[in-house]
Design a protein around this ligand. Structure first.
Ligand code: PLP
Length: 392
C-alpha cells in the first residue's frame, strides 16, 4: 500500500507510528484493569490519567472535563441525549442542515418521535450557498423550550468552519446548552475551551492519527450531565464500561502529536491544499470550489467538476492509487448528492461531480504534483464520454 497517495483524511487517518508504539504495551503485557485494587492493574490508571491530560492539553481544558468514549458518534449522541435528560421539560432541539449523520439522524429521529424518546420540535438551520450559517437565524431559533443547540465546528465535506464562539455566546444568553461536533476541527484548529462558551464538544480519535474505536466528549465543569451508558463508576460516573486502555493511551499520544503538528497544518498543509486547488481550477474548465474559502479547515477542498460523476472520477483516480472521496452519498449505496451540497443549493450537475480532497501532514509536494498531473486528463476523458457533456 506504500504507493498510495492518501487524500481522504477527513474519512480516517493513518495511525501514526508514535501512537502505535505508545499503545502497543497495553495490548501485550500491560493488560490490567485500571479499576483493580492490585498494583498491576491500578498503575494503569495513571496511564489513563496521563492520556486524559494530553487530550485536555490539546483542547485547552481541565482533564476532569474529558470523558473517553468509543467514537465521535457516541460523543455526539451522548451530548444530545444528556441535554434532553437534564432538561426533561424542554422539547426543542436546534441543529444545522449540514451536520454529520451522528447528529442529524438523531435529531431527525427525535423530530419523528422514533425510539424510546418522546417527540421533539426540531429546528434545522439552513446554510447559504457558501455553506455558512446566518447568525441571526441561530438567535431566532433559540427559545426557553430549547434543550440543546448542536452545531458542528467544521464541516467534514467542505471544511467550512462555523463561528462556534458566537453561537455559544447566543446559547449562553438564552440559557441553552451548546454542543459542538468538533470531530474535524480538533488537531487542525487551535482551541482553548476554557475561554469559550461551549458546554460539550465531541472528538474522534481516528481523525487525528489514533486508531478507530476511541473518542472523547468534553463536558464543561458545571455543565449538567446525564450519562448515556449506565454501568460501573468509570469516567467519574459519566460513562460506564471498562476503559479501553490501549485506545485511550493512543488518543493521548495522538493528541500530543497533533498539538506539536498544528502549526504545520496551518502552514505547510494549507499551502499544499491551496496549490492543489489553484492548479486544478486553472487546468480544468467548469470546476468550482464548494464552500466558502474565507473560513475553512486547512486541509480540505471540495471541488465540483460539472457534467460528470464524482464516483467515476474517484474510480479513475483509484487506478493511480489516489484516494479521495465524493459528495455523493455513496455510503448509502445511492448516487444522490450529499445532504451538505444539497443544503448549500449546489446545482445538480455540479453536486454530482464533486470530489473532496482532505490532506494531512503526511502529504507531500510530490503527492500534489501527481494529482495535478493525472486529474485534468481524467476530467477531459470523462467529459468526452459523458451523456451530459458540455456543448462545446
Ligand atoms: N462528526 C463528524 C463531523 C465526522 O466527520 C465524523 C466522521 O466522519 C463523525 C462525527 C463520526 O465520528 P466516528 O467515525 O468516530 O464515529
Amino acid at each position: 500500500m506504500s504507493d498510495v497517495i492518501y487524500m481522504d483524511n477527513n474519512a480516517t487517518t493513518r495511525v501514526a507510528d508514535e501512537v502505535r508504539e505508545a499503545m502497543a504495551p497495553y495490548l501485550a503485557k500491560a493488560y490490567g484493569n485500571p479499576s483493580s485494587v492490585h498494583t498491576f492493574g491500578g498503575r494503569i490508571a495513571h496511564d489513563v490519567d496521563r492520556a486524559r491530560q494530553q487530550v485536555a492539553d490539546l483542547l485547552g481544558c481541565d482533564p476532569t472535563e474529558v470523558v473517553f468514549t468509543s467514537c465521535g458518534t457516541e460523543s455526539d449522541n451522548t451530548a444530545i441525549r444528556s441535554a434532553l435528560a437534564v432538561y426533561p421539560a424542554r422539547r426543542h432541539v436546534v441543529t444545522s442542515r449540514v451536520e454529520h449523520p451522528a447528529v442529524r439522524n438523531l435529531a431527525l429521529r427525535l423530530a419523528r418521535g422514533e425510539g424510546v424518546l418522546p417527540r421533539y420540535r426540531h429546528t434545522e438551520l439552513p446554510v447559504n450557498s457558501d455553506g455558512t450559517l446566518d447568525l441571526p437565524d441561530v438567535g431566532n431559533a433559540l427559545d426557553d423550550d430549547t434543550a440543546v443547540c448542536s452545531i458542528m465546528w467544521a464541516n467534514n465535506e467542505t471544511g467550512v468552519v462555523f463561528p462556534v464562539e458566537r453561537i455559544g455566546a447566543m446559547c449562553r444568553e438564552t440559557g441553552v446548552l451548546f454542543h459542538t461536533d468538533a470531530v474535524q476541527a480538533v488537531g487542525k484548529i487551535p482551541m482553548t475551551l476554557a475561554d469559550l462558551p461551549i458546554d460539550m464538544l465531541s472528538v474522534s480519535g481516528h481523525k487525528l492519527h489514533a486508531p478507530k474505536g476511541i473518542g472523547a466528549l468534553y463536558v464543561r465543569r458545571g455543565c449538567r450531565f446525564s450519562p448515556w451508558l449506565i454501568g460501573g463508576h468509570q469516567e467519574a460516573e459519566r460513562r460506564g464500561g471498562t476503559e479501553a486502555v490501549a485506545q485511550i493511551v493512543a488518543l493521548g499520544a495522538a493528541a500530543e502529536l497533533a498539538g506539536r503538528r498544528i502549526d504545520e497544518e496551518r502552514t505547510r498543509v494549507v499551502a499544499l491544499r491551496d496549490r492543489l486547488e489553484r492548479e486544478l481550477l486553472a487546468r480544468c474548465p467548469d470546476a468550482r470550489v464548494n464552500g466558502t474559502t474565507a473560513s475553512r479547515l486547512p486541509n480540505t477542498t471540495n471541488i465540483s467538476f460539472e457534467y460528470i460523476e464524482g464516483e467515476s472520477i474517484l474510480l479513475m483516480l483509484d487506478e493511480y492509487g489516489i484516494c479521495a472521496s465524493s459528495g455523493s452519498a455513496c455510503t448509502t449505496g445511492s448516487l444522490e448528492p450529499s445532504h451538505v451540497l444539497r443544503a448549500m443549493g449546489v446545482p445538480y450537475t455540479a453536486a454530482h461531480g464533486s470530489v473532496r480532497f482532505s490532506l494531512s501532514v503526511e502529504n507531500t509536494d510530490a503527492d500534489v504534483d501527481k494529482v495535478i498531473e493525472v486529474l485534468p486528463p481524467i476530467i477531459k476523458r470523462l467529459r468526452e464520454l459523458s451523456p451530459f457533456g458540455r456543448e462545446e
